[in-house]
Design a protein around this ligand. Structure first.
Ligand code: PTJ
Length: 243
């Protein structure tokens, strides 16, 4: 039992949930290592949403709302940490949700789909085919889901698939606390923020974009500027860390 007044309460609860989901087979063991890397970057960014991340989240909302067919690609970590948040974003954006895994087994697909559905997410089902030009199982996608999507939101993605989706002509939005990752640098738009802050920020923006704001945000999108802003934020915090 983690006491509510523990200074690291949120972080400990997230770890506890990931550990439980790893024991249940929802989260890959590798997902625990990925989370630790994310936590380290979250420390550097001050465990809060920066101005540039807020701008990126609003831009993501505009891209999802103006897409012909937006799809949210969900992996084990995302399902474990943010099932409710994905349900709310699906409602606000009208996006389809597809489960796509790096460490893919049919059992994990089934467990993750069930968890998402318990939290009110409508999950696409069907027979996955090798639609994405990749050697590993992340190639396996649904023709009526990621296969047909023009805009794909891929939180906590790996760089290879991000590049392959871009090569297929898709717009790729990612959420990644590491602004140096290959994914962050390959995506069309990167939100450098923690998953459980970023997804609700996109949802809120979906309901609050003013007329014309979406078009303006998309027209002025500059991912390198957003990544530089995140790195500057971290550098600035580090230079004052011990004051
Ligand atoms: O469930 P599976 O089988 O699809 O596997 C999922 C993982 C996460 C294991 C897989 O996609 C993977 O190995 O991812 P990577 O390549 O480690 O990339 C994950 C990225 O997400 C890293 O750059 C982390 O810094 C970042 N990250 C981790 N946790 C969070 C995060 N970013 C935002 N919020 C987080 N909570």
């Amino acid at each position: 039992m983690i006491p509510k007044d523990h200074p690291r309460y949120r972080s400990l609860i997230a770890r506890e949930r990931l550990a439980r989901c790893a024991r249940e087979g929802i989260v890959a063991l590798e997902g625990l290592a990925a989370h630790g890397r994310g936590e380290a970057f979250d420390y550097l960014i001050g465990e809060r949403t920066s101005e540039s991340a807020a701008l990126a989240a609003r831009t993501a909302a505009a891209m999802l709302l103006s897409a012909r067919h937006p799809v949210i690609s969900v992996n084990g970590n995302t399902a474990a940490l943010a099932a409710d948040e994905i349900a709310a974003l699906q409602k606000a954006s009208g996006a389809d949700v597809e489960v796509n895994l790096f460490h893919r087994t049919e059992e994990r697909i089934r467990l993750i789909t069930r968890l998402l559905e318990e939290h009110g997410v409508r999950v696409l089902s069907g027979t996955a085919e090798r639609l994405v030009p990749l050697a590993h199982d992340r190639a396996l996608s649904l023709r009526e889901g990621i296969g047909d999507a023009d805009v794909v939101l891929v939180p906590l993605e790996d760089g290879d698939r991000c590049a392959a989706l871009r090569a297929m002509g898709k717009t790729v939005i990612t959420i990644d606390l590491n602004p140096l990752s290959r994914t962050a640098r390959t995506a069309t738009l990167t939100i450098v923020d923690e998953l459980t802050r970023a997804v609700p920020a996109i949802t809120v923006a979906c309901a609050s974009l003013s007329p014309g704001e979406g078009e303006r945000l998309i027209a002025s999108l500059d991912n390198i500027y957003l990544l530089r802003a995140a790195i500057d934020e971290m550098r600035e915090r580090l230079s004052h860390a011990l004051e």
